[in-house]
Design a binder for this molecule. Structure first.
Ligand SMILES: [Zn+2]
Length: 392
């Protein structure tokens, strides 16, 4: 025998307590308020503190917000009918403390109660980032973090190119790029932000053009400069994470020292021929660059940038590992490379991990040390070989 809709409502009204919106405001500690309306209704406004679980997902998701059967639960919809039906479903599952709000969100608003509007992705963002939205570790909340993030790529070269490309693709909302160079033919073997038509143009302009065309939703800030003690605060200051794609010691030390001073993560990569290395220096949580190399080696021992040579594909691997670490830091998910140096040998096709320790006597990041100030070292190249040597 079929129970009519009206009969069902009457049955539920006898079994399920219905409460006025004012009682939602006076709810006990630990109570859960659930908005069971559809997404488009919820986006128009919701009761502050409410969790949104559309009615169709209620039985599937209820245990994530109300693990105990006796949890006080307040359900509301637009007018009080769907929430009553939903409350009946929860009662059948064994929840013993379920209420339905009379008049629902309409009455809540009519009585002049405050409401909030959820932050929502635009229709374009929903499409563009749809493959993120279906990953539980990212989802809309993670995408908001990415959109709000500010990352500075130091260098638009071999490492900065793939890193910036993918960070723009992932929807990192503000990408800074600092580089003082122009596009040269010898860059095009690996620096994929640039192209043959842009030979002789500043790399920052070329990078902006490529990235803006790829994802117009990303704000690109460019700085045609080389980092110095004079400008490092001004350029790096607005950013949450610094992705170091530089190839020289003076820049690396400036980036490190800035990140020590401000306790910001420094995502660090380097390449040499067939070998590359990546780590995250996050002062306060792990070692800094100076814990491993307190001072740069003498200039005559370092190869020149042009001499060192690098397999064209290799910076792609290392730059993308830097980009992934950056995304993980933004999302606050997974285990980062803090205190770990990941070494890739392309010829052997092997990854080796070395642990990096904090130096308790580090001149910059040791406990109680006052910031010694920025240093402008003489310009010469940095190859990754010393890292591995020092870490072993
Ligand atoms: Zn240190």
């Amino acid at each position: 025998m079929v129970v009519s809709y009206q009969d069902r409502l009457q049955q539920l009204k006898r079994r399920i307590p219905e409460v006025e919106p004012s009682e939602v405001k006076r709810r006990p500690q630990g109570a859960v308020v659930i908005d069971v309306r559809e997404k488009d209704e919820y986006e128009q406004g919701y009761i502050p503190g409410a969790v949104h679980i559309p009615r169709g997902f209620l039985e599937i998701k209820i245990d994530t917000v109300a693990p105990a059967a006796e949890t006080p639960i307040y359900l509301y919809c637009a007018g009080g009918t769907r929430s009553l039906l939903a409350a009946g479903n929860l009662a059948e599952l064994g929840y013993t403390n379920v209420r339905s709000v009379i008049g629902g969100f309409r009455k809540w608003k009519e009585e002049g109660n405050p409401f909030e509007r959820p932050r929502v992705l635009t229709a374009d963002e929903e499409k563009r980032y749809s493959r993120h939205l279906t990953i539980p570790e990212v989802g809309p909340q993670g995408q908001f973090k990415l959109l709000d993030a500010k990352v500075l790529c130091v260098g638009a070269g071999g490492l900065g190119s793939p890193a910036a490309y993918y960070l723009a693709a992932a929807g990192v909302g503000t990408l800074g790029i600092v580089d003082d160079d122009v596009v040269d033919e010898s860059n095009l073997q690996r620096q994929i932000l640039h192209n043959t038509r842009r030979l002789g143009t500043p790399k920052i302009d070329s990078a902006r053009e490529t990235l803006s065309a790829f994802n117009p939703g990303v704000k690109i800030e460019t700085y045609k400069a080389r980092l110095t003690s004079e400008n490092v605060e001004e350029i790096c200051g607005p950013y949450d994470i610094i992705l170091d794609g530089s190839d020289n010691f003076p820049t690396r030390y400036l980036v490190n020292d800035f990140c020590v001073k401000h306790e910001k993560p420094n995502v660090h990569g380097s390449v040499f021929r067939f070998e590359g290395q990546v780590t995250v220096f996050w002062p306060g949580r792990g070692p800094c660059y100076r814990c491993i190399f307190p001072e740069p080696p003498p200039a005559e021992l370092a190869p020149s940038c042009a001499e060192a040579g690098v397999l064209g594909v290799l910076p792609g691997v290392i730059g993308l590992l830097e980009a992934i670490e950056t995304v993980k830091l933004i999302l606050d998910k997974g285990d980062t490379l803090v205190g770990r140096l990941l070494c890739y040998d392309a010829l052997k096709a092997s990854f080796v991990e070395l642990s990096l320790r904090r130096d308790p006597d580090c001149p910059y990041c040791a406990d109680g040390v006052e910031f010694p100030g920025y240093v402008d070292y003489a310009r010469f190249c940095a190859s990754p070989r010393e890292h591995a040597a020092a870490a072993r």
